[in-house]
Ligand binder design. Structure first.
Ligand code: 3PG
Length: 215
């Protein structure tokens, strides 16, 4: 899939690009560009940089500016201000650990595709009411795992999920085998020690390993 710069993305495009969306925690701006290049070399372009460190926005900016093959997104978007700051930093999609109407609206206003986080039927209903049909199931393993997604497939037959939280290369196939799962999210592609040591080849290999998960 070609992702045109400046064209708004849909949440489905974000989910369909690769079997895994990496959940990235960066605390050194110098790591951002080599990390993004390493993931792109392994076939992963949708990069979720979490807003969990003071450096996160600068890291997004660096990736957006210097790695045009990557599509940078913001993770851990918890407020309208987060969404606005992420968009200003060059993010094109957002992932939130939960869902509120104000975050949903702020992402729309900022032109960010949003994967809202849900863990209950009521949260899914709220997101659906607001027009979001592609959702992140978080924390996936802890909140019921594949069995929960199977149960939701009945009443929420029109919702597609990206389970995140406790997902690994080993258990990802069980999630991806479900008809209502498009991709998974996980932090295992970017181990903190590999970042610190600058083991970019190792990260490229971890990204390549996920291609066997393709649906
Ligand atoms: C997160 O937002 O931290 C993600 O759910 C990552 O979870 P993981 O570390 O279990 O992959």
């Amino acid at each position: 899939m070609h992702v045109a710069v400046n064209t708004p993305l849909s949440a489905l495009q974000v989910m369909q690009d690769a079997p895994v969306i990496p959940v990235i925690v960066l605390s050194d701006v110098a790591h951002a560009v080599p990390l993004a290049r390493a993931l792109v070399a392994g076939g992963i372009r949708m990069l979720e940089v979490t807003l969990r460190t003071p450096q996160a926005l600068a890291c997004m900016q660096a990736i957006a500016r210097e790695v045009p093959e990557a599509v940078v997104g913001a993770g851990t978007v918890r407020s309208p201000a987060d969404a606005q700051a992420a968009a200003r930093a060059g993010a094109r999609f957002a992932v939130s650990p939960g869902y509120t109407r104000t975050v949903g609206q702020a992402c729309r206003d900022a032109g960010l595709a949003l994967l809202p986080g849900v863990a209950t039927g009521s949260e899914i209903m709220q997101a659906l009411e607001d027009g979001f049909t592609e959702l992140k199931f978080f924390p996936a393993l802890q909140a019921g795992g594949p069995a929960m997604l199977k149960a939701w497939g009945g009443p929420f037959f029109d919702v597609r999920f990206c389970p995140t939280g406790g997902v690994t290369l080993q258990n990802a196939p069980e999630f991806l085998a479900l008809p209502n799962v498009v991709c998974v999210g996980g932090s295992w592609l970017v181990p903190a020690d590999a970042l610190v040591k600058g083991e970019w080849g190792k990260i490229t290999q971890l990204a390549k390993d996920t291609q066997t998960l393709r649906k």
